[in-house]
Write a protein that binds this ligand. Structure first.
Ligand SMILES: [Zn+2]
Length: 381
């Protein structure tokens, strides 16, 4: 995806939507390392009685009762040829889809009241859902060159410049890094592990995506706000004042989840993009299946509720992510929807990542992001 940075910035103000053609691909399934195969369990669809309060939509059609749904398992899996995702999540547990088992405790452009009140967080803080995050493996989200490795943030910082010009930054790592400055890394390459608990916060990954290594007003020759890192410090402050006249996206920070989802596949990718898997700890026990993602031009209607069974896989037909330079604040600014195909051939849109009030800003709005689905082709090595 060798596209000039300027072109990417220019088109980054609109939502990114990659949608497959929906052509039937019955019997095609990626070989997996996970125990649950597509179609091994009949997928339960209950007629929806849930009505989103803000949706203005047509009535839901009546869906067949679960007992009327096909119970025949999908044909024997064959090796599918799916496009390779260009971007992936930065953290993972061995053998699990990247991102699974983790939560974004403090999201992009949300206030972190217990750590740095009064400042927007310019990154995503990834934590293990259960137990300590210390030692979790950190991977390059895309191909690129390591342009910085060092600092004490606390913990080491690695910054990678990708082929599309964006920079990814991984903070609070263990001193025993797996990479050095000047080294080329491929997407999924091990960068290091999460470092030990620090005096002010438990061990976690501070993960940024941005358009700059140093930016004069942020961390270059003339930082506008004196904070921690100082002059010409590539890691940068990691925060931006809430009372600043500009949003972090104005300075060049980007919403990492929106970038990873929006750039996962080339714009002309079509057909079945891959597979997604239900998170081991989904946000809720079911999600509503919609005929279109939010904000689309078409009339949008509920197709019923889909029960979420951990590890169940679905074919991925499309992705809709919010803008990379999102201007919203709090976790409510996030938008990540997948179009999936059910074992019976029908398809619809589901919310893949949802805001959570596990952490909130001083205004009470949610600061955390939890996941219902993860891309499946990205099992951690
Ligand atoms: Zn952070």
């Amino acid at each position: 995806m060798a596209i000039a940075l300027l072109a990417l910035v220019a088109c980054s103000t609109t939502s990114t939507s990659v949608s497959g053609s929906g052509a039937p691909t019955a019997g095609v399934s990626a070989s997996s390392g996970l125990p649950t195969a597509v179609g091994s369990l009949p997928t339960s669809i209950a007629t929806s009685s849930t009505v989103a309060p803000t949706e203005n939509r047509a009535p839901s059609p009546t869906l067949p009762a679960p007992s009327a749904l096909p119970s025949t398992p999908a044909p024997a899996a064959t090796q599918a040829i799916y496009p390779t995702p260009l971007y992936r999540y930065p953290i993972g547990a061995p053998g699990r889809p990247l991102g699974d088992g983790f939560v974004i405790r403090h999201s992009y452009a949300a206030e972190n009241t217990w750590f740095n009140p009064g400042w927007w967080h310019t990154a995503e803080d990834w934590y293990a859902i259960e137990g300590s995050t210390v030692g979790a493996r950190i991977y390059a989200v895309a191909d690129g060159e390591v342009v910085f490795a060092g600092a004490n943030y606390p913990g080491r910082v690695v910054i990678v410049q990708h082929t599309d010009g964006l920079f990814s930054m991984y903070g609070h790592l263990d001193p025993a890094l797996a990479v050095k400055a000047g080294q080329w890394v491929s997407r999924g390459s091990l960068i290091g592990t999460v470092g030990p608990d620090a005096p002010r916060a438990p061990g976690h990954l501070h993960f940024e995506i941005r358009t700059f290594l140093t930016q004069p007003e942020v961390n270059g020759a003339a930082p506008r706000y004196g904070y921690r890192c100082g002059v010409n410090c590539p890691p940068g402050p990691g925060y931006w004042p809430i009372d600043a006249p500009d949003h972090p996206s104005d300075l060049g920070w980007r919403n990492p989840t929106h970038v990873i989802a929006g750039r996962a596949f080339a714009d002309d990718a079509s057909g079945t993009l891959g597979e997604v898997v239900v998170a081991s700890r989904p946000v809720s026990s079911s999600v509503t299946l919609w005929s279109a993602p939010p904000g689309s031009d078409e009339a949008r209607q509920s197709l019923g509720d889909l029960e979420l069974r951990p590890d169940e896989q679905f074919q991925l037909l499309g992705i809709q992510a919010g803008p990379e330079d999102s201007r919203g604040t709090s976790a409510e600014a996030y938008r990540l929807w997948y179009r999936i195909r059910l074992p019976d051939g029908r398809d619809g849109w589901v919310e893949a990542a949802a805001p959570s009030s596990a952490e909130t800003g001083s205004d009470g709005r949610p600061s955390s992001i939890s996941f219902n689905f993860f891309p499946f082709t990205t099992a951690a090595p």
